[in-house]
Design a protein around this ligand. Structure first.
Ligand SMILES: [Ca+2]
Ligand SMILES: [Ca+2]
Length: 113
């Protein structure tokens, strides 16, 4: 593995983003991080942008596939970027409780459906 792949800073960033996706961290910060234009609601584009950014940070070799070691889960199935987007598109619509095409703060922070 080339040396630049092992830079601790990059590993820490990937781990931090993995934690961000997995854990109910500081809720207001998470909402603000996803609501990129700050209009108080999260569009599908914003949601996918944020999740795509996390994908890019975890995809250490940049091949648009997350291998198990890149997901920090030994038995995780490989995930392509397209599968990742499809998964989060589906989750967006499940979270959109009132079906208006945007996630409110409450909808975004609700337990995953
Ligand atoms: Ca927004
Ligand atoms: Ca909504």
């Amino acid at each position: 593995m080339p040396a630049e792949r092992r830079r601790p800073r990059r590993r820490l960033l990937a781990a931090a983003l993995a934690a961000l996706l997995a854990a109910p961290v500081a809720a207001s910060d998470y909402f603000s991080a996803v609501d990129l234009d700050g209009d108080g609601r999260v569009s599908l584009d914003e949601f996918l942008e944020r999740m795509g950014f996390a994908f890019g940070q975890m995809d250490l070799d940049g091949n648009d596939v997350l291998e198990p070691h890149e997901q920090h889960v030994p038995d995780a199935p490989r995930i392509t970027r397209a599968e990742h987007e499809a998964r989060f598109t589906a989750q967006f619509h499940r979270q959109d409780g009132n079906g208006d095409g945007y996630l409110s703060r409450a909808e975004l922070l609700a337990p995953p459906r």
